[in-house]
Design a protein around this ligand. Structure first.
Ligand code: SF4
Length: 319
């Protein structure tokens, strides 16, 4: 197994309180898979994903329990110098907002070369060739000219293509894409998703974090849904979209525009995701759930296997 996260708990610690944002998350990702980690903003998706290469600032964050194994290696307790060799080379990350992830002070080409030189024993000329090759691969016209540009001289779509080149150029075994298309308009979003699908290699795994069910529909082979710091459903993508089992998953899908809902008002989920540290008792979704029962307010549902490859956290879930 390429990635195994088991019972992961992440706390945010301040002077006067400790808040659990990720509560007992278990996930696996194998080579060739695209795992879509979905849920509304504030569900704990990004905290889970960024804890894999340990990119969450610590403090205030702290892994309070659980394991993260990457190719059998324990990332939680790995010494930082060893972890640095893995970041970028074996685990690539595409962030949501290229403007805050690319350095505004350095030319695009130099930033890409830096990534190569940090992890590969090659000459500067070879690193430059590789950078130009990847700028062309991600569809940037005139790579030689663009390589000399600063990030602010490129459009949002072009900047995100640079981020993809930066994340993928060392052909990492695991790619983590955190809301990679959220900052883009829909036509550019479609192009970026096509590009990521084209570049995803059969022998690598892609963890795609998004609140957009349309994005996972196009990309994912398996889906994990998060709500209030917990996994509430996991299923192969095809089965999930055919028959979502958790009421929260059904609500997320009902909010997705489709040909059959054209002209109708989309169904919004009432209320808001509770803030970490303020999760309700019982089922954490009970105050927003359209099929909640009285016992949901005080009985926390467990994540149960309802059939092969399917997990659901709901008191109504049946085998
Ligand atoms: Fe809804 Fe109850 Fe299931 Fe929670 S346990 S999702 S409140 S039916």
């Amino acid at each position: 197994m390429l990635l195994e996260i088991s019972d992961l708990c992440i706390d945010f610690v301040s002077d006067d309180r400790t808040t659990r944002a990720v509560d007992g998350v278990s996930l696996t990702l194998d080579r060739g898979e695209v795992l879509g980690l979905v849920g509304e903003s504030g569900c704990g998706k990004s905290a889970t994903a960024m804890s894999i290469p340990r990119l969450l600032p610590s403090p205030p964050s702290k892994v309070a329990g659980g394991k993260i194994l990457f190719d059998g290696q324990d990332l939680v307790n790995m010494p930082i110098p060893q972890l640095r060799k893995i970041r970028g080379a074996k685990i690539g990350v595409i962030f949501q907002d290229p403007m805050t992830s690319l350095s505004p002070l350095h030319r695009i080409g130099n930033q890409l070369e830096e990534v190569v030189l940090l992890h590969r024993d090659v000459s500067k000329a070879a690193a430059r060739d590789m950078s130009l090759e990847w700028l062309a691969k991600v569809g940037i016209p005139d790579p030689e000219v663009r390589a000399k540009a600063y990030p602010f001289e490129l459009s949002g779509g072009m900047q995100q293509r640079v981020m993809i080149a930066m994340g993928m150029m060392l052909e990492p075994d695991l790619m983590i894409a955190d809301e990679p298309t959220t900052a883009l308009d829909v036509t550019i979003q479609a192009q970026i998703l096509d590009l990521m699908r084209k570049l995803h290699r059969k022998n690598s795994g892609l963890l795609l974090i998004t609140h957009d069910m349309g994005v996972v529909y196009r990309m994912a082979t398996r889906i994990a849904v998060m709500y209030a710091g917990q996994i509430v459903e996991q299923a192969p993508a095809e089965e999930f979209f055919r028959h979502p089992r958790h009421p929260y998953s059904r609500s997320l899908l009902a909010a997705l525009p489709s040909a059959s809902t054209r002209g109708n008002r989309l169904q919004a989920i009432p209320g808001q995701v509770p803030a970490a540290g303020n999760f309700p008792s019982g089922c954490r979704f009970h105050d927003r759930c359209s099929v909640a029962m009285p016992k949901c307010a005080d009985t926390p549902p467990q994540l149960c296997q309802i059939c092969e490859n399917r997990l659901v956290r709901c008191l109504l879930a049946k085998n």
